[in-house]
Design a protein around this ligand. Sequence first.
Ligand SMILES: Cc1cc2nc3c(=O)[nH]c(=O)nc-3n(C[C@H](O)[C@H](O)[C@H](O)COP(=O)(O)OP(=O)(O)OC[C@H]3O[C@@H](n4cnc5c(N)ncnc54)[C@H](O)[C@@H]3O)c2cc1C
Ligand code: FES
Ligand code: FES
Length: 514
Amino acid sequence: MALLHIMVNNAWRGLASAEGMPVLDVARGELGLTSTKEGCREGDCGACAVLVGEQIANTVRYRAVPSCLLALGELKGKHLLSLEGLIEGTEDGLTPVMRAFIEENASQCGFCTPGFIIALTSWLAEPQVPDLAGALRAVDGNLCRCTGYAAIRRAAARLVEQFKDLPLEPTARLKALVSAQVLPQSVLKFIEESGSSSLQTSVPHDAASGAGLDMAGDEKGKATASAPEPSVIVGGGTDFYVRNPDPDEGFSPLLTRTIPEFALVEYRDEPQGKWLEIGAAVTVRDFFASPLVQREVPGIERFETMFASTLIRNLATVGGNIVNASPVADITSMLMALGAQLVIVPETRAFESRAPIRLCPLEQFYLDYKKLDLRPGEVLKAIRIPAAANRKFSFEKASKRKNLDIAAVNTAIAFQIEEKQFKDVRISLGGVAPVPMLGTAAMKVLEGAPCNPADRKTLASLAMQTAQAASASISPISDVRGSAEYRRRMVHQLMLAHFVRFFEASGIAEELFP
Ligand SMILES: Cc1cc2nc3c(=O)[nH]c(=O)nc-3n(C[C@H](O)[C@H](O)[C@H](O)COP(=O)(O)OP(=O)(O)OC[C@H]3O[C@@H](n4cnc5c(N)ncnc54)[C@H](O)[C@@H]3O)c2cc1C
Ligand code: FES
Ligand code: FES
């Protein structure tokens, strides 16, 4: 087994554990980093959060992720920081984030506290102007059973005040946080060494050249070329490790996030058309933050926080959301409305930039409940969204809680307005069938219909017809998330909500809900 070279707190280590082991177990076991707590082991509580530093393009960034769902192999060439690492070199064994917690009595039994400290440290490291809303968003995946959230909120407010003048340039910001002892000196060491050639031998290869696989990748390439068994594939692991919390010793999956080509977002302009290609291993966080995604789908970023929590979004991938095949997968719902096509490659050639591809429209990918048009030995490499001018887009989700909840029903809609008519209308419906599906009956109502924002009566009538067509076309089941009747009604109401979002200024809400 090849050694995994990982910077653990202040020193590089060669770890012999298998790539598929959850980091939580290695951290608490072999590494003795017991500040990393095991709470739910399902990504729900944040007690196990760790900071991961990695080089992205020419900068280093640190993000908090739940270590219970993180594969050890993901950390090759990266920096793992736990609380033990954060306090190294501090005068009194405390960082300013910890001090804020003490001063505001934000810790009682202390079990959740390391996770909160890691999440808030990660938030400070993000190149943005700190505000309370951002701080609270950063801990939306952290639960506390005893202190109550008011004290934690006060600690966060104290940090906003203390760090409001941090530089926005990413490296300067990390250096300022090291000076303030929020981050340890090892961050400077990682910044310095992450660009060095010695380290680059252990980080993923340059996929564009199709050569120079890293140690593990090279072995994997050879193994998969000769091995008849396809590998188990793991993206972020946020579905996989919930289902498989204790993988067998030696578990070594194909980790899509270690393949640089799988993490690209780029426009492709070819004779068949122009599209935005999004790598299957792009995280949900990076998907919403991508300037290209925001350009292609104006306003999509406002729906980010409807997906899980910050900790999960930092790890979960777009491809994992699709292949997991949940009928209520949120990114899948969005991409289906956007006319996405899947780019599928053979696993044995996943590391090649020019591997042969198979294309599959997203709505045809789902054959039945959790049954996919993905053959053994195939991997989802990327997702294509056709380029469109002036695309309008909306997403709606009905769930019991605002954060960290799976939808009972979700829906997305995309269209363009040409010559005052709805054009290229696509509507997705989730949670109403064994698979995510298109609302073709509702799409037919809207396609070619007049779209005049000044005529709110016609728009309201169209909205009602679309909502009725959508709810009449489905046969949902009843389960713990909602009855069949609830789902039908929610689809109707969420369809109206799309129209209210688009045509709020026209006063459509007054027509629909007099
Ligand atoms: C606390 C919590 C909250 C959540 N909230 C939401 C939510 O609000 N909305 C939502 O939609 N989901 C939610 N999820 C589910 C999950 O986070 C998403 O489905 C996520 O996008 C899965 O991505 P992943 O990379 O982690 O998938 P993984 O767990 O890595 O993989 C999922 C499946 O896809 C396969 N796979 C992954 N990538 C590929 C690939 N490139 N090619 C072939 N197969 C592949 C894996 O083998 C596995 O079977 C939540 C999960 C948790 C733990
Ligand atoms: S143990 Fe709860 S999120 Fe990992
Ligand atoms: S302080 Fe006890 S769980 Fe948060």
